[in-house]
Design a protein around this ligand. Structure first.
Ligand code: IP8
Length: 250
């Protein structure tokens, strides 16, 4: 059984300060993951390691090879921290960089070389992917968010569970998490759903919902939960009621 877990960059880093990792949070997340690592694929957000350099170089609106290099190298450093923390917690894992495996067209994944990921899963190794810059055949947008990666992988790997951890208790309306969200819910609450608190070039909570609602349309439900609260990762992966369930319109 394959399960996909996303940990948002807002948990791993301080989104307002470049290169500001949160080592204690990274270590805590790693030890929680270690208790439920079987068949898990991890995707993490870029946090301040990606969004701040991407914004500085005008990505994704402007094509900038230098911006892509600086942003990728920075996000790859965050990925290395996550991989090191996981291995210190006893998890066998390997980094998979989307820049080298994904091809975009107009900002959407057109192809993804997933053989290494599938082989890692077969061998009991946890693949660790992340939001990244990527080449785009249309020459325009060049960022692939962790959320887009999650939705794509969930379909391709036929994931049974998809859990997306952020730093809030789910999809908040007037400060309270909605128990579930559908396409109708998004139209109803679109003006109430907030943007990300820090610098964000991939659309914050709305961007996340668009990816996950599309996944729900294809038949896979997911949950958005607060990964900043201890124990929630295990609860979300077990399907216990934490956060907001993203469901297909009935
Ligand atoms: O943090 C964004 O990924 P996300 C990737 O998952 C970059 O939205 C490079 C900003």
């Amino acid at each position: 059984m394959i399960r996909i877990l996303k940990i948002g960059g807002s948990i791993l880093t301080d989104k307002n300060q470049e290169f500001a990792a949160r080592p204690e949070e990274i270590a805590r997340i790693a030890s929680e993951i270690a208790t439920c690592a079987d068949g898990l694929v991890l995707v993490h957000g870029a946090g301040s390691f990606g969004h701040i350099p991407a914004k500085r170089y005008g990505l994704p609106q402007q094509f900038s090879p230098e911006g892509m290099r600086m942003t990728h190298l920075s996000v790859a450093r965050l990925c290395e921290m996550v991989v090191v923390a996981l291995s210190q917690a006893g998890v066998q894992c390997l980094p998979v960089h989307p820049l080298s495996t994904v091809m975009l067209r107009q900002g959407r994944i057109e192809s993804f070389f997933l053989e290494p990921v599938k082989e890692m899963i077969k061998k009991g190794i946890m693949p660790v992917l992340h939001g990244d810059v990527a080449m785009d055949a249309s020459g325009g947008a060049a960022i692939v968010s962790g959320d887009q990666i999650v939705a794509y992988l969930a379909g391709e790997l036929q994931a049974e569970k998809v859990a997306v951890g952020s730093n809030v208790d789910g999809v908040l309306v007037s400060g309270r998490p909605l128990p579930c969200m559908t396409r109708d819910g998004l139209s109803k609450f679109k003006n109430d759903i907030g943007a990300s608190a820090g610098v964000d070039v991939t659309g914050g909570m709305k961007g996340k919902l668009e990816e996950l609602l599309e996944l729900a349309d294809r038949g896979t439900e997911s949950v958005i939960f607060n990964a900043g609260k201890e124990g929630n990762i295990v609860r979300a992966l077990r399907g216990e009621g934490v956060g907001t369930r993203i469901m297909r319109q009935k």
